[in-house]
Ligand binder design. Sequence first.
Ligand code: ADP
Ligand code: MG
Length: 328
Amino acid sequence: MYKQFYNLRRNPFEITPDPSFLFPTKRHNEALAALYYGVRRHKGFVVMTGEVGTGKTLLVRCLLELLNRSNVAYAYVFNSVLSPVEFLQYIAGDFGLPASGKTKSELLLMLGSYLIDRYQKQLTTVLVVDEAHHLSPEVLEEVRLLTNLETAQGKLLQILLVGQPELDQKLDSYELRQLKQRIALRSQLEPLDLEETKGYIQRRLQLAGANSQTGTLFPADTMTAVFRHCRGIPRLINTVCENALITAYAKQVRSITPEIVEDVAADFRLGVPHPPKAQMTAKGTDHELAQAVRTLLQLHDYLQGMRGKEEQLPAAATSGAHRHEPFV
Ligand SMILES: Nc1ncnc2c1ncn2[C@@H]1O[C@H](COP(=O)(O)OP(=O)(O)O)[C@@H](O)[C@H]1O
Ligand SMILES: [Mg+2]
């Protein structure tokens, strides 16, 4: 409703994770590079964690977009409250295999021959589990068994687990030490700092069509107020900025003042402390990390191209509906 008033083409602060809105901070770039590198180099098992709303699902969708451009097949599990059999059925079904009514051993056999077949054709196959902190120990044990599927040359299935920091804690548990030992790359997202928050807000406004008036719409002290209340968490930033725009529109003012942000933050009761900062860590050689950085640089070109096309990106990018398109 405010779009016309503020001369915007689209809503700048949608909370759905839309790859065309990616603001590539150093941390997001590194994490995306780690995911992509893990898949392309057949590292086997990669884990990414981050607090609620820091951009995990967005990065997964960016990765899936990248994978759609190659001959990689993937299963994308985002409902992690599943029993072991449901979990395997879901994966097999997502790969287009006839999964219903099959027992666990039948499912494992079917998955195994599917993976070997793809491996022999030198095709990469990936399992991505979002919200993986919800996985039960029993399902994590299935994941461990899936990480065992390998030939002398390499892993048959690349597995990416993405979830909140509780996932790290689960993987740290004694029972799951075998799974933990298989992690090849591990990255963590953290909230944006003040400068990144400002860049993030400006970028979203620009992508929504605000162009030169971003400084009028959200002056520096207003963005600082947003950062203070949201502590750099992108989802909160979106919620506060969206509601600040609505409030400002109701008042028919052209510029969002820090006071408007204060009011919105009070309405949303944004006073709770945020967990400590985390760092990206990776188990692997320096050489491997250097390669990840090179991949990152290649991704940079891709991201530039994607930004140029932000208006044309298909909605399927956020739905997973494209999963079984034929491979290129
Ligand atoms: N680097 C980023 N650039 C653009 N938008 C981002 C970025 N990180 C997070 N967001 C946005 O923040 C919101 C929450 O992100 P999401 O991926 O759903 O978080 P999570 O899965 O970690 O809870 C989404 O609207 C997403 O598009
Ligand atoms: Mg998510």
